[in-house]
Write a protein that binds this ligand. Sequence first.
Ligand SMILES: *Cc1c(COP(=O)(O)O)cnc(C)c1O
Length: 479
Amino acid sequence: MSALSAQGRPVEAVLAELDQLKAHDIDSHGSRLWSLVYYHSPEVHRLAQEAYARYISENALNPLAFPSLRRMENAILSAVKQLLHCPSGGGGTMTSGGTESIFLALKAARDWARAQKPHISTPEVIAPLSAHPAFDKAAHYLGLRLIHTPLTSEGAADVAAMEAAISDRTILLVGSAPSYPHGVIDPIPAIAQLATARGLLCHVDACVGGFILPFLERLGVEVPPFDFRVPGVTSLSVDLHKYGYTPKGASVVLYRERALRRYQFFVYGGWPGGIYASASFSGTRSAGAIAAAWAILQHLGEAGFTEAARAAWEATQRLRAAVEETPGLYIIGRPEATILAIGAHPPLDVYALGDLLAQRGWHLDRQQLPPSLHLTITAGHARVVEEFAKDLQECAAQLHQQSRRAPWQRRLGRAALRTGLAVLPERWVRTMARWIGKTAQTDRPPRRTAALYGMMASLPNQGSVEKLVEDFLDQTLSH
Ligand SMILES: *Cc1c(COP(=O)(O)O)cnc(C)c1O
């Protein structure tokens, strides 16, 4: 579509074109995607559609306008509070996603600090390197300084490093349960204890884990303590649109005390349009996301979520074994939930493995520091684990063969790359920029990316990668 059509178009024609547009996308029901989509079953999908459709026009901005939405939102908050053992004196809000939940927890912390520690001009937040970039983004928007601390060899937060990073400007410590990149649960009790001892707040990012860890616990899986049962945890984020299997646009932020939640609210009394009150960041809020979340929580219930957790957990154990059995591959860190990251020992190139898997229709995110492929494993993946395990092992074997055939050419290639980067970094950046430009223009997801990710990973500074990716965003949004 290049412009608005002059007379508009019939419904059927528009829907037909929509289907045609979608035909090139990865099928989000097929479970060949190992991130971005959390698929449960056709039944849950249909319930979500039906519930969403019933509330497609309503607006959850004004809690007085649609009493049914307020009831559903409170029912969801009550269930999530109970699931995560938030005390009755605590409270939360629904938000549009993990990023907003984290933004609000940081906003509340900032405004709490303004009231309680007014001498701090630029408050600091300490988060392990594996914490989600939503923290960096929120800190950037809110004028906070985010300090990243290193990870242990198991991929968890290094609490001693966090302690060493505390200054008289620190307001909040962060831990993840689990971290998105590697599925590792940070030592929340130690982080929270440190926060309490120093008079700081402590946020647990359970965006991805908050709706599966409690059910794994019910199955008898050993889940380290991460929720409000841990003294000193002051706030927690949990996404419904991940392991709650609800449509996008549903997350919750919880506070141990409602007094802390007050700091996230925004009220402005001087507007001619009326007194404007908003509990979260968004203005207009999707009622469909709330109604669908309510419906799915009702439908699945304790038993349904426990079953979904069992399916995801069993699939995870199978995949873990498949990775560990494959020569040259290993699991990064000590994952304790349903996320795995696959690393590779040289000469095996994990990005090249990602490309081979893409040729077989599997889409895995490429990660860095160290290079790895990401797997978020859902109930919907249970059907495909055997097929994936077989493809993974075949692709790894194929790469081994290739590297045996041309080991010195490869080494030479890598050496040339290193020299090239040292001598001509701008030239590499230009080459990559051209590649990125081409990729941004195509309709299909790129299939051969190993060289690009390899180069990105070896660029001498983070700043030039960030600049390059800004160019990419600029070219993707081509108008
Ligand atoms: C997904 C995720 C977020 C961000 O949530 P969005 O819904 O994508 O905004 C934050 N933290 C963790 C650990 C996550 O997995």
